[in-house]
Design a protein around this ligand. Structure first.
Ligand code: SF4
Length: 226
């Protein structure tokens, strides 16, 4: 598997925010979201080739039960099931962070952390925008993921007007447990996070959705590997 980075930090987002975790970042993502904060992991070759055994060995250097498999987009990696199985055999709690663009059944994954991409993520480049538009939202796949796995749905909010698209998306997916929905300010820097957080907080108060913090931005201003 091409590994972009493996590091120990705190989970920054979602319902496990604050939990010390080892991050395994796989290389490769086809979506090219305009505000992506891990562009360095887009390329499928953006990293070093690791065997699954070497990944397990590397994560074991930290006495930490929680593993976050992230990207890039990990769910398009054909070796993902093998990695998840071996991490589970090592008694790890496993979160997979995905945009929800593919479905793999039967993985012993404890939390599928799904961040369906809204139109606010469209790339500005026209050629990339076409690829992005065709693959960013697959409702059938999202339904399968939430039916099979314990999950959270993280939506990135850039502006107040995004709320209606979020509500429509939830409605189209159907059977979403609203207590598993969390809204996250679109922010690549601490300043941007502080600027947009009050707007997202107000949306959360009005809708009952949970506010999703971004500790990696707040604490380390999104520095790579932190
Ligand atoms: S899906 Fe995630 S990793 Fe891929 S481009 Fe979008 S934000 Fe970046």
């Amino acid at each position: 598997m091409i590994i972009n980075e493996i590091f120990y930090s705190l989970q920054g987002e979602g319902f496990l925010a604050g939990v010390p975790s080892v991050f395994v970042r796989l290389a490769g993502c086809p979506l090219r979201c305009q505000w992506c904060d891990t562009k360095y992991a887009w390329d499928q070759k953006a990293g070093k080739n690791y065997s699954v055994d070497k990944i397990i060995q590397t994560v074991q250097q930290w006495p930490c039960k929680f593993i976050v498999i992230t990207g890039g987009e990990p769910i398009i990696n054909s070796d993902l099931p093998k990695l998840v199985q071996q991490l589970k055999a090592a008694d790890k709690h496993i979160t997979i962070e995905t945009a929800g663009i593919a479905y793999i059944p039967d993985m012993p994954c404890d939390l599928m952390s799904i961040s369906p991409k809204l139109s606010n993520s469209n790339p500005k480049d026209l050629a990339l925008a076409t690829i992005h538009k065709d693959s960013r939202l697959d409702l059938a796949v999202l339904r399968e993921l939430i039916n099979y796995y314990d999950y959270q749905l993280k939506f990135v909010v850039d502006k107040q007007a995004d709320l209606s698209e979020i509500q429509q998306t939830i409605e189209k997916i159907g059977s979403v447990n609203l207590e598993k929905v969390t809204l996250m300010p679109q922010a690549a820097t601490r300043d941007e996070l502080l600027l947009k957080s009050p707007m997202v907080a107000e949306i959360c108060k009005n809708t009952g959705f949970a506010f999703c913090q971004r500790l990696q931005v707040m604490l380390w201003n999104n520095k790579k590997g932190m």
